[in-house]
Design a protein around this ligand. Structure first.
Ligand code: RIB
Length: 320
């Protein structure tokens, strides 16, 4: 079980999601009717914070919401219902961020458009002022839905304090300063991996990937692939795959966030990369079984119930 010292600090976004369930994603120039519409809480930062918190570790969130009803009720919810330390969430003069999401019913696939709003005003200096909070973490968890200079500042603070960083570079941006620091864990999906490394995961050119991640100072790279195995390239030069949990997804929104939050929580507790990925594969898959980004994120008990379905062995290992 987690100890008191297992703590994840998340620097990231909070959004209100407008979710439209549709039979087929609209084509360019097409107007379609939704089969169902729902407003829910989301944002990659908050989704990941909730996923980590439901694994039972301590979680603190640094972010920015609007000084509006959406923002206020969101912060209260995180504190009272999810047991997250919200002292690092500030109120902005801009409205709480929002996301427009379409979910295709027969595949569960989605498209997302984000209007950052208050997330855009999370500043470098705010993060500097919260240095002691970041320094209290066992793991810092960040994404790229808040300004990149703010994320970079948080990574620098954590790096100076010797705290491992989990970066989910989503949405992927050009010119992220990979050279400026070594990042312990980078989690991407296949599309982001292709952008990051100009690499097709299925080509599985191990030497190429090793070289590319070495150049970007990524110590461990984890590539999630939905219903396919998760690919893991470790700092020791190993490569292995972790089986997915077989599910029939109805909504994939937030699955990647559930993965990242669960992974960070398990790493904070001292789990191996392999065990953290096994748990995270369960968390990601189980999240696709319900609607919305946050509601279906599983707790620790649920993840543990499914863990033994994911073989604890490396399917392939190459050292070089
Ligand atoms: O990853 C899913 C999230 O992306 C949604 O909750 C939405 O707010 C966007 O940030």
């Amino acid at each position: 079980m987690p100890t008191k010292k297992s703590k994840v600090v998340v620097v990231g976004s909070l959004n209100i999601d407008q979710v439209f369930r549709v039979s087929d994603l609209p084509a360019r120039g097409e107007t379609i009717s939704a089969n169902h519409f729902q407003t829910t809480r989301g944002g990659k930062g908050a989704n990941q914070a909730i996923s980590a918190a439901r694994q039972g570790v301590e979680v603190a969130m640094i972010g920015s919401v609007g000084n509006d009803e959406n923002g206020r009720s969101y912060v209260t919810w995180l504190e009272e219902e999810e047991n997250i330390d919200v002292s690092g969430i500030s109120k902005s003069k801009y409205p709480t961020g929002s996301a427009f999401i379409t979910v295709e019913e027969h595949t569960g696939e989605n498209t997302i458009i984000v209007a950052g709003g208050a997330n855009e005003s999370l500043s470098r200096s705010t993060v500097q002022d919260l240095t002691p909070l970041i320094e209290s973490a066992s793991v810092l968890l960040v994404q790229l839905e808040v300004p990149v200079h703010t994320v970079v500042e948080a990574i620098n603070i954590a790096t100076r304090a010797g705290i491992p960083v989990v970066l989910n570079p989503s949405p992927m941006i050009p010119n992220f300063p990979w050279d400026d620091f070594a990042i312990a864990y980078v989690i991407t999906n296949e599309t982001e991996a292709a952008e990051l490394l100009e690499f097709k995961p299925e080509s599985n050119d191990l030497d190429y990937v090793r070289q590319e991640i070495h150049e970007r100072r990524i110590q461990n790279l984890i590539i999630t692939r939905g219903s396919e195995t998760t690919l893991v390239y470790t700092r020791e030069g190993d490569f292995f795959e972790v089986e997915p949990l077989p599910v029939l997804p109805i909504d994939t929104v937030g699955a990647g966030d559930a993965f990242a939050g669960c992974f960070a929580a398990r790493i904070a507790e001292g789990a191996s990369v392999e065990d953290a990925v096994r748990a995270a594969n369960c968390a990601g898959a189980l999240t696709t079984l319900g609607g919305g980004a946050q509601n279906p994120i599983p707790d620790r008990e649920k993840v543990d119930q499914h863990l033994e379905q994911i073989p604890k062995r490396k399917l392939r290992t190459k050292r070089g």
